[in-house]
Design a protein around this ligand. Structure first.
Ligand code: V47
Length: 367
């Protein structure tokens, strides 16, 4: 029945390829983005989602620490980054960061997500000390920290190149790299929205180097601003290509643009359909990515729950104190308790699986 509907929507040939497990082309991805039949898209994405991850829906008990919002890039889509003389500018000392970790030692946190702006003055030693300091407070925690953009900056600070810098960061406690800073790789979009930021090629080069060192990473795409469908598909194609080469990506996370307090605040927020489409197309096109994350902080817990039937198999985690989305008008809240995540996943008909950063199972909540 649904197969008939999909054929009527003109997507029958794509359904055949999805069922046969064949790779989709860029043109296929454009057609999927352009379809008005969201159920057809969801049905197909769900085939791939269940093939790869069964009924599992992953979450993690994590803590976000944004060590500083001082940033020299000042991207037009970002409400978080501030110049150093701005009244809302802040930076945390190593001791303050250690205190943040200490505050929550009684909670079963397994991951600390550590990101910040491109700070003009903090020395290279600060970043190594932050990693060592977090590990001193919580030796078993996995630090997922510093986007590829920050890593490129740290490599400049150290003067040692990306590979040697990554090795030092790993020795100091870095466990993996989050997916931020990818935005949209298109030079046109970067010129219009984040001219000073590391280029798309630069971002991919840092990810490649990390993967070759055995460091896993995530990837993101910031959608819902001025990018075209073709630019989204090109972005996904570059990620798929690098993943073919290295296999080092764990998760892809589409990030819904939040315009409030940004230089692009004339744009409106993304719609629910747009959010679901980005998850579903990513699931269908990124056939070599193990996981697709519906980041509840950005699309809301309720839509993240629906997304579990549209290609997503992960909702991120407890989070707490996230600043990047909140500064840009995000209203999904900042913390979800483990029980809330479990309920959200169960009510979506999936099995909640608490994971660590590298997707090892900590506990399944079957009943
Ligand atoms: O790189 C900035 C984006 C990213 C806005 O790897 C915005 O698991 C929406 O990458 N509206 C940082 N998005 C967050 C990020 C992330 C979050 C959670 C999990 C993981 C992961 C990665 O946030 C930035 C940028 O692309 N961003 N401003 C905005 N106004």
């Amino acid at each position: 029945m649904i197969e008939e509907t999909i054929k009527k929507s003109g997507l029958g040939d794509i359904l055949d390829r999805v069922v046969a497990g064949e790779r989709l082309s860029g043109d296929d991805a454009v057609r999927l983005y352009e379809t008005g039949d969201i159920l057809a898209l969801g049905y197909m994405a769900n085939i791939v989602r269940e093939r790869k991850n069964g009924d599992n829906a992953y979450f993690i008990y994590n803590q976000h620490i944004n060590y500083s919002n001082i940033c020299t890039n000042l991207c037009k889509f970002c409400a978080f980054g501030k110049p150093s003389d701005h009244e809302q500018a802040y930076e945390m000392s190593v001791d303050e960061i250690r205190a943040k970790v200490r505050e929550r030692l009684d909670e079963p946190i397994v991951e600390i997500h550590l990101v910040g702006g491109i700070h003009p003055d903090l020395p290279y030693s600060y970043y190594l000390d932050v990693l060592r300091g977090i590990k001193a407070e919580r030796p078993d925690v996995h630090i997922q920290g510093f986007t590829c953009v920050e890593i490129a900056h740290l490599a400049e600070l150290s003067g040692k190149g990306v590979e040697a810098t990554l090795k030092e960061l790993m020795e100091a406690g870095l466990g993996s790299i989050p997916g931020g800073g990818a935005e949209v790789f298109s030079p046109r979009i970067r010129k219009l929205t984040c001219e000073k930021k590391l280029s798309g090629e630069g971002w991919l080069d840092v990810a490649r180097t990390a993967h070759l060192l055995g460091l896993k990473s995530n990837a993101t795409m910031l959608y819902g601003h001025i990018e075209t469908v073709a630019e989204r598909v090109e972005h996904l194609a570059r990620l798929r290509e690098l993943q073919d080469e290295t296999g080092g990506f764990m998760t892809f996370i589409p990030l819904a643009f939040h315009p409030k307090n940004t230089d692009m605040n004339d744009l409106s927020r993304t719609s629910g359909i747009e959010d679901l489409k980005n998850i579903a197309v990513a699931r269908l096109f990124l056939d070599n990515f193990p996981h697709i994350k519906a980041y509840w902080i950005m699309i809301g817990a309720k839509l993240a729950q629906v997304a579990l039937s549209f290609g997503a198999d992960d909702v991120d985690g407890t989070v707490s104190e996230e600043k990047i989305t909140r500064m840009a008008g995000g209203d999904a809240g900042q913390f979800l308790a483990r029980n809330e995540l479990i309920r959200l996943i169960r009510d979506a008909g999936r099995v909640p699986v608490e994971r660590d950063t590298l997707y090892n199972t900590i506990r399944e909540y079957r009943d």
